[in-house]
Structure formats: C-alpha cells, structure tokens
Design a protein around this ligand. Structure first.
Ligand SMILES: [Mn+2]
Length: 332
C-alpha cells in the first residue's frame, strides 16, 4: 500500500461518504482506460456496497474498444454535469482537466475529493486528497483505497474495471510498474478476475484500420531527429483516409521508443482548432517537462500529453520547425 493512504484519510473519506446521499465521479477529457476503469470501480463500490446514488461524468466520449468497461448498472453522463453532495475527481489532477465540466465542478458547493497519480495536483481545490505519482495508475490507487475501506473483492466486475485501468496505464506492465502493482494484479486474479478476457477485450478486438494506420505512420510518417527524438504527425487527411475513430491510434506514440537511440517520442493528432499531443520518454529524459514547456500540458515523467494551438503557439514558425525545436531543446 502507498503512503498517501493513511488510516486518517480513510476515516476522513468514510465520514464524507457517510454524509453524502449522492456522489458524482468525474474524469479527464479524452477518457482513457484508467479513468473509465477507476471511476466505474468506485461507482460500483459506492452503489453496491454503500447504497449511494452515483453518477459518473466524463467531458467527452470514450474509445469504442473501451466501452466494455462501462457497467450497465451505473449511470454515465457525457459532456454535462449534475449536482451532488460529494464530488470525487479521479485520474485527473485539477478540475481544469475536465474541460467542459470544469467550471461547474470547481464552482459547486459539494464536498470535493481527489484520487489521482499525476504530478502537481491542485490540492487547494479539495477537502481530501489521495495523490502520489509513485503508483501505476489511478485504478491501482483506487484498489488500495477500496481495500482499506473494507472491500472484500468478491465483486469481479469492480475488479475487472480496476485491472483494465491498471493494464492500459502501464501499457500491459511495460511502464510505471511498482511492486504494489504486481500485488494488486495477483490479488485480483486470485479473487477470480479473468485477465485473459480483459486482455482479449483491450488488445485483440481492434478493427483492421488500426493495424493499417499504425503501419502507414511507422513507414511514411515517422521522423527521427539526430540526438534521439522522434515524431509523427497524424493529420486530418490521414485520419479520414483510414476512417479513424477515437482511440484507434492508442499506443502508436510508444513505438519509436523501441528504437535504441530514441529517448523522446511525440505524436501530434490534428483536432478541430488544435493538435492533440502525446509524449513518451525513456528514463532520464522528461516527457512531462516537454509537455509543460511547449505543449500546454503535463502528466507523468515519462508519459505526458497536451495541446498545440497553431495560431497561438507557433509564432511564425512552421509546425515542423516548432516540433523540432521543442524536441531538441527537451533532449538537453
Ligand atoms: Mn491514469
């Protein structure tokens, strides 16, 4: 168990939950497996074990291949919020990361709890904070919180949601793995969670397009800079040509890191008026600092993200010039 979970905090959470009839759970924009997993698991626990009225809120839609995590016994809202007595923000370090939900959540009179594993949590906005970067995922942190609350692990749907979130955030045990992460997996599998079924749903259920576009980008779109940086730009044209849907290029940014010399990898994905930015790095190089300094973002030391607004950010440079400058300066 991690040191950010003390008995005092668990007692505090129990007390806040005891005073709340309705609980709202909220996650970050472009929800990933971890956000959906930990929110679904917490939702199931609060509803089934504590009898709470629960609503799960996300700023926007989730990738199709993760829809299996959503539980039919829970109520999910997309792009809108609802009042509650208690708000728990999960897998997200600040209300601003919840995009369209941010203002309503930050301004609400509800009691507020944070459960997160990103750097720089906005602790001042919360009544109770569970936060540490020394853990694989918000799903793992939720697992240890639920255990400390007295969860008996008999509900395998809750366990499956947690295992899914941890698995996607660690890229199936490839990064951000701690001894506690294996303990969590071991306990969940021993309690009856079917890991093979989870892996089947996450990694072996894509459409053909995904494999095609991954191959195309690696062959045609990958630029490797001297010094150990790599980038790819997934334009709207390419997305259209491959008929891409949300989440279908998940994992692409990791691929260049498999090259020995590459220490920093960037993927730009063109969106409406901006580019979505994913950054990955090897130990010793900070994806997080690069995201903060050049891409209006943040995240973890070796896995970060952000946004690039060409009109505001490029300042006369071309997109490629800006990207090269950002990457080369981040390697220093
Ligand atoms: Mn996460």
């Amino acid at each position: 168990m991690t040191s950010c979970i003390s008995q005092e905090k668990i007692d505090g959470l129990k007390k806040l939950l005891g005073n709340a009839r309705k609980v709202a759970l909220a996650g970050h924009v472009h929800p990933d497996g971890d956000a959906i997993g930990c929110i679904t698991a917490m939702g199931l626990y609060l509803k089934r074990e504590l009898g709470k009225d629960v609503v799960c809120m996300f700023p926007d839609a989730i990738p199709e291949n993760l829809e299996f995590v959503l539980n039919p016994s829970l109520r999910y809202l997309w792009g809108k919020s609802e009042d509650a007595d208690l708000v728990i923000l999960m897998d997200c370090n600040a209300f601003s990361r919840t995009d369209v939900l941010g203002e309503a959540l930050a301004g609400s009179s509800a009691t507020k709890v944070l459960i997160d594993h990103h750097l720089n949590p906005d602790t001042a906005s919360f009544d109770l904070v569970f936060s540490t970067p020394d853990i694989s995922s918000a799903s793992e942190l939720t697992f240890w919180i639920l255990k400390a609350m007295g969860w008996d692990m008999r509900d395998n749907e809750t366990g499956e949601a947690l295992l899914t979130g941890m698995t996607t955030d660690t890229n199936n045990f490839a990064n951000s793995v701690f001894p506690s992460t294996f303990t969590m997996a071991s306990e969940l599998i021993a309690s009856g969670v079917d890991r093979d079924a989870v892996l089947q749903k996450i990694y072996f259920s894509y459409r053909e397009n995904r494999v095609r576009v991954m191959g195309y980008m690696q062959n045609e779109g990958l630029v490797i800079l001297p010094g150990g940086a790599a980038y790819m730009i997934l334009t709207k044209d390419i997305q259209k040509r491959f008929d891409l849907r949300e989440g279908e290029t998940e994992g692409l940014v990791n691929v260049p890191l498999s090259i020995g010399e590459v220490r920093l990898s960037l993927l730009l994905k063109e969106d409406k008026d901006h580019f979505r930015v994913s950054l990955r790095s090897k130990k010793g190089t900070s994806a997080q600092k690069c995201a903060v300094k050049y891409f209006n973002g943040g995240g973890h030391e070796n896995a970060a993200g952000g946004r690039l607004y060409p009109e505001k950010d490029l300042r006369g440079m071309s997109l490629e010039e800006y990207v090269k400058k950002a990457l080369l300066e981040s390697l220093k």
